[in-house]
Design a protein around this ligand. Structure first.
Ligand SMILES: [Zn+2]
Length: 231
């Protein structure tokens, strides 16, 4: 009886050791699979993260790349009167095909008097001294967009926006003197008959918007504004 008990005890010990070993194997496998799944999860986050960043890119670019230049007033070049963005300086040879407020339009649409696409590639000029804050293709209905901040004085600033450009000749951060050619009139890759969509905003650095809205807060009538501020 005693001897049998001993055998059973030994057998029990062996089984216990075997169980521990087996558990170790389980734990090792568990740790390994956890490591592996963590690696897979990290990889998925990386892939999907970069994918969602790519899909949000245009919007982010608009916000992130906007650079106010407010801290260099000592060297800042202020405005010196406003001209028209086409037919320098009085818009000679062009007409405003869709005025500010027409169909809730938030800007002016400048077209060549010769009609059609005859103005495709014509020069676009910056309306007064300023600093380029944005110059990129954002696709959609906008295409190539140039945004320039103009410092009237150390308190007041306005922004001009030039859209559907065929080419962009300036870069973000550049100073541009009044009348400098900054791009050319475009059709946004054939989406429209060639024209310049042109906005003036008295609230600098707003989102790109939609070009049309009932609420005109932050926008001014460009032609009215230029007429009132020639020199
Ligand atoms: Zn327009």
């Amino acid at each position: 009886m005693f001897a049998t008990n001993k055998v059973i005890k030994r057998l029990g010990q062996a089984e216990f050791c075997h169980k521990i070993k087996r558990n170790f194997i389980y734990i090792e496998a568990l740790v390994y699979s956890m490591r592996y799944s963590m690696f897979v999860i990290a990889l998925l986050i990386l892939v999907f993260g970069s994918f969602s960043c790519t899909s949000e890119k245009p919007k982010q670019q608009v916000v992130e790349k906007f650079t106010p230049i407010q801290d260099h007033y000592d060297t800042l070049k202020f405005t010196n009167g406003f001209d028209y963005p086409v037919g320098k300086p009085n818009a000679k040879g062009y007409y405003n095909a869709q005025k500010f407020g027409e169909n809730n339009h938030l800007g002016d649409d400048w077209n060549g008097v010769r009609g059609g696409n005859s103005d495709l590639g014509d020069p676009v000029y910056v309306i007064t001294n300023g600093y380029v804050t944005f110059a990129e293709n954002i696709g959609g209905g906008w295409g190539n967009v140039i945004r320039v901040t103009h410092y009237i004085d150390s308190i007041y600033q306005v922004e001009s926006l030039y859209a559907h450009c065929d080419t962009i000749l300036v870069k973000r951060g550049m100073y541009v003197g009044k009348g400098t050619q900054i791009g050319t009139i475009g059709s946004n890759n054939g989406m429209y008959p060639a024209h310049l969509h042109f906005e003036i905003r008295d609230k600098v650095g707003m989102d790109i918007g939609g070009g049309y809205a009932v609420n005109t807060e932050g926008y001014v009538d460009p032609t009215k504004f230029i007429k009132l501020n020639r020199e």
